[in-house]
Design a protein around this ligand. Structure first.
Ligand code: SAJ
Length: 672
């Protein structure tokens, strides 16, 4: 709700300021006496001025992209910036008057836009650098209204500007209704969940040394259910209290995180954690990647990640190198590709475990986020044990019958990433997460860590179920895309428009068919289902067939284009898009790349490739003389055949007249 409101509010705010400031400027200029001709002129030009002002911001999505999580401070900063910019504009307008040429007006207007836009960017980056976005006006409850609670409350009130203390919770009924520093003691722990929801609390601080494991569990459960962060403030406790907490099942307060693998998942995760109070060290085997990241640059395109990374590196909370460092939590985000025969290749996970092994100490949490075949997390434990026989590494337990272990151990869990490229930063925080512990305690410890930055639900299970659940999610999507692709073959045979067919069928309340396309790409859906097939070849018949149906799509498109190209003497084929899906620059397993390559291999003609998200052709295409990189207008101008391979938003604006007289293959149904 807030995300939708903020941009609209900002737009209204800008428009109102732009509307009011001419009058202020007039007032200043003419010391209170405003002539009707001036007023007339302003009123006549006002709609155009507002449009000129607001439209560029809207056009470049600044309202949406920069201010998604705008706070009151930011709103004030924007108001000041817009007012200053606007007054400057009108002041120059009135001071220089008619003598000023039109181009100077335009220049001043442009400078104003740049000034206001720049100041917004600046505040945004500053905000990240100061790392205040998470806690902006966080509403806090303290559990424990005794001495520790009072010390904590006073420190919050004195030092923290971004946390608001709303109340105390205490099991001592005598304290209920009383006030500490003017803040009420609301009730007991059994009512915690109600209070969290009723008072819209974001954060619970436990400041009591007398809580037992059952109570701590109940607090933790309430926080998870109410989507609330839980912090154990050991520093405010007696040594005995802190010791009790350490031994208890949720006594884990991580601060240092080491993320291994700084790719599409690892880098956003590391950047996010660094802007959430954690001290993060990222590790990657590529020195180039490490250098780029340390310079605050993102080596690939992901919306808004550049700002977050800059904030993370400039605050000093995120560093990167090719070697791990000691940490409380190690997160592994390395690739899990398959080998020639679709057998999973786990060598990157093994190498990652071996690289962190010397740095792991008892009490550390190791999380495998990479999508992995069933049993990999346990295998990771075995590899760790081989490297570090001195450590107690958890072994598989029947999840329900868990015994508490008192001896120090390493916690090991699988928490599969579930984010969609193009929306990673939002989904990292908002998606529900599945955590599978090799033993129950590992899952609970991992929950404490993830609940510090995940707003979605956190669901605990064992590591095997978690591994399978991730594979299942992607296999589900693959099977459903295969269904759409099969429909498209059937429709082609019967001369039915498959897009219309799917639209119609999807009007049924329980039918939701996905879209056919040139094939399934990416490093996930095109790969993960094979892990299931490999683990149960006889049983996974549908999953295997879906893979085969989707893998056959590029050839189907190539054959169609090849047949049509035969009608031209010197065919020129425009291929629009190379990435594996819309809006990103990721070319891994991309069906579009495969199609272009296969077309070139069959010497179909001159191929002009348009990919707005990359600056040059990938290696596998750059050496082929028949394949050229091209601008969109040139490709459309020269081509006899236009093949739309990726539904990038920019392609939807193509003037349909430019396609007239050409053979068009719209593999994504964008121009239907
Ligand atoms: N595609 C179609 N038709 C459709 C939808 C997609 O042909 O109707 C194609 C796309 O063009 C693309 C491929 O499928 O080539 C995969 O795209 P996607 O958007 O479905 O998925 P990914 O690979 O970007 O991300 C998936 C997501 N999984 C699910 O939605 C179940 C994401 O949440 C996972 O985190 C990610 O895989 C992963 O890392 O496993």
């Amino acid at each position: 709700m807030r995300r939708q409101l903020v941009p609209i509010m900002l737009m209204i705010l800008d428009a109102s300021i732009v509307a009011i400031t001419p009058f202020i400027a007039l007032f200043i200029r003419y010391e209170g006496t405003v002539s009707t001709s001036n007023l007339d002129m302003i009123l006549r030009n006002l709609p155009l001025i507002i449009l000129l002002w607001v439209a560029p911001f809207h056009l470049f999505k600044l309202y949406h992209r920069l201010w998604r999580y705008a706070s009151v401070n930011e709103l004030i900063a924007i108001m000041v910036a817009v007012t200053l910019g606007s007054v400057l504009f009108y002041a120059s307008f009135f001071l220089l008057g008619d003598s000023m040429p039109r181009s100077v007006y335009l220049l001043i207007w442009f400078l104003n836009i740049a000034f206001v836009g720049g100041s917004r960017m600046f505040v945004r980056v500053l905000k990240h650098a100061q790392n205040v976005n998470r806690n902006t006006h966080s509403r806090v409850l303290i559990v424990g209204a005794d001495d520790a609670g009072a010390v904590l409350a006073r420190s919050l009130m004195e030092k923290s500007t971004d946390k608001k203390l709303i109340g105390f919770i205490d099991d001592d009924a005598e304290k209920h209704g009383r006030r500490l520093f003017g803040v009420p003691v609301l009730g007991g722990i059994d009512q915690l969940k109600n209070w969290l929801e009723q008072l819209k609390i974001n954060e619970v601080l436990v400041a009591s040394s007398s809580l037992d494991t059952v109570m701590l569990d109940s607090i933790s459960e309430s926080c998870v259910q109410a989507n609330c962060q839980l912090k154990l403030t050991g520093g405010f406790m007696s040594p005995e209290g802190a010791a009790t907490l350490k031994q208890s099942r949720i006594g884990f307060s991580p601060q240092r995180v080491c993320v291994v693998g700084l790719g599409y998942i690892g880098l956003p995760t590391a950047s996010l954690l660094a802007t959430r109070d954690f001290v993060v060290h990222g590790v990657d085997i590529s020195q180039h990647c490490v250098d780029v990241i340390n310079a605050g640059e993102v080596p690939f395109y992901e919306p808004e990640l550049d700002l977050m990374l800059k904030a993370a590196t400039s605050s000093g909370r995120l560093t990167a190198s090719t070697k791990p460092v000691p940490a409380d939590v190690f997160i592994l985000c390395v690739p899990t590709p398959f080998k020639e025969n679709h057998k999973p290749n786990l060598e990157f996970i093994q190498a990652a475990i071996e690289s962190i092994a010397p740095y792991v100490t008892a009490g550390n949490l190791i999380v495998l986020e990479s999508t992995s075949p069933i049993g990999t997390t346990e295998l990771a434990g075995k590899w760790l044990k081989q490297q570090r026989p001195d450590l107690t590494v958890p072994i598989r337990e029947i999840y329900e019958k868990v015994q508490l272990r008192e001896e120090p151990e390493v916690f090991l869990a699988h928490c599969p990433e579930r984010v969609l490229p193009g929306q990673i930063l939002r989904e990292l925080v908002e998606n529900d997460r599945i955590i599978g512990g090799v033993n129950r305690r590992s899952a609970e410890v991992a929950r404490i860590f993830y609940s510090q930055f995940v707003k979605g639900k956190i669901l605990l299970t064992d590591s095997r179920t978690a591994e399978m659940s991730k594979l299942t999610e992607n296999a589900f999507r693959d099977v459903n895309i295969a269904f759409a692709n099969e429909l498209s073959l059937i429709c082609d045979k019967h001369d039915i428009n498959v897009w219309e067919l799917i639209d119609l069928a999807n009007h049924h309340p329980r039918v939701s068919i996905l879209q056919p396309g040139p094939g399934v790409g990416g490093h996930c859906i095109a790969v993960d289902p094979w892990f299931i097939v490999d683990s149960a070849p006889a049983e996974a018949r549908l999953i295997r067939t879906a893979r085969e149906v989707n893998d056959a799509r590029p050839d189907y498109v190539v054959n169609q284009v090849f047949d049509k190209a035969a009608c031209f003497k010197q065919p020129v084929i425009a291929c629009l898009g190379l990435s594996f899906k819309a809006g990103i620059d990721d070319l891994r397993e991309s069906p579009a790349v495969k199609i272009v390559k296969k077309l070139a291999q069959r010497a179909v003609g001159r191929i002009l490739v348009v990919e707005p998200y990359t600056s040059e052709l990938p290696e596998e295409l750059s050496g082929i003389s028949a394949v050229e990189e091209s601008a969109l207008s040139e490709a459309l101008n020269l081509a006899n055949i236009v093949v739309l391979l990726v539904n990038h938003p920019v392609f939807s604006y193509i003037d349909k007249d430019l396609l007239k007289g050409k053979v068009v293959f719209d593999t994504r149904g964008l121009w239907r």
